[in-house]
Design a protein around this ligand. Structure first.
Ligand code: CO8
Length: 256
């Protein structure tokens, strides 16, 4: 059975569901491979304007699969080249919204942080608990968490393995928005629908410039922004968006 399910619930919106309920959606090699494969394909599919990534009511994902890692050595781990799969997810040019209910622990929290927007249920549980099994975050957690919540919260979370609720994640800046648990998927889909109606070239530029710019020196980042901003004036959608505003009508975006 497929461990990552792909649906198209709304025009322009793809929904990926991690589907290993028997293991709290732990990310084994097959889940990671399928996630990367889907992200690669959806990333270049013109009909897809936004991607929602979710798990189930109990778990977004309770981490990398510990059974997969318990007995391996460093060289075997290196030869698995897991980072290439994570990179495919990180580099998906389409906006990705993580809809998080239940556990987002370890690699599950890291996966959520690969998304551009995180919608969390009030009682979701976020944690970087790797230290409890003798390791550390290894899929970007040390870096993305510190950028999301700052040094002092990130160190505390990663060194103590303290889980936090969705409400706390929202307060810390780890979630974009927090909603009742039962509303998580619908809120994420609504958001995806809103984004899917926006001009896709502008959306793609916002994502690329924000992600590349946040780790560049400010002047370089501002230059990236300026170039992307100027470039959008070559798009038909910029002409259409501004013309529609002036004519007091809804714009019809083409993605060109
Ligand atoms: N790996 C493998 N199996 C898991 C995992 C996991 N991460 N999480 C849960 N499961 C399995 C359990 O073993 C159990 O299986 P079984 O029924 O065969 O015994 C089943 O899921 C149900 O789990 P529980 O009975 O434990 O459910 P509870 O509701 O009692 O507890 C918890 C849920 C609290 C989430 C608990 O399962 C738990 O602590 N899980 C482990 C969480 C964890 O430590 N995660 C971090 C893993 S390390 C990691 O993520 C490194 C990331 C680096 C990325 C590098 C890429 C390779």
């Amino acid at each position: 059975m497929s461990e990552v399910l792909l649906e198209h619930p709304l025009d322009g919106v793809a929904l990926l569901r991690i589907n290993r309920p028997e293991a709290k959606n732990a990310l084994n090699a097959e889940v990671r491979r399928q996630l990367a494969e889907h992200m690669g394909v959806l990333g270049t599919d013109k009909s897809v304007r936004a991607i929602v990534l979710t798990g189930n009511a109990e778990a977004f994902a309770a981490g990398a699969d510990i059974k997969d890692m318990a007995e391996i050595g460093a060289i075997e781990l290196m030869l698995r080249n897991n980072h290439l799969l994570w990179r495919t997810i990180a580099q998906c040019p389409k906006p990705v919204i993580a809809a998080v209910n239940g556990y987002a622990w370890g690699g599950g929290c890291e996966l959520a942080m690969h998304a551009d927007i995180i919608v969390a249920g009030e009682n979701a549980s976020f944690s970087q608990p790797e230290v409890k099994v003798g390791i550390m975050p290894g899929a970007g957690g040390t870096q993305r968490l510190v950028r999301a919540v700052g040094k002092y919260k990130a160190m505390w979370l990663a060194m103590t393995a303290q889980p936090i609720t969705g409400i706390e994640a929202g307060q810390m800046g780890l979630a974009s928005t927090v909603v009742p648990d039962s509303d998580v998927l619908s809120a994420a889909l609504d958001m995806a629908k809103t984004i899917a109606r926006m001009p896709p070239l502008a959306i793609a530029q916002i994502k690329e410039v924000m992600l590349a710019g946040m780790d560049a020196p400010l002047e370089t980042a501002l230059m990236l922004e300026r170039k992307a901003f100027q470039m959008l004036f070559a798009s038909r959608d910029q002409k259409e968006g501004m013309k529609a505003f002036l004519e007091k009508r809804k714009p019809a975006y083409e993605g060109l």
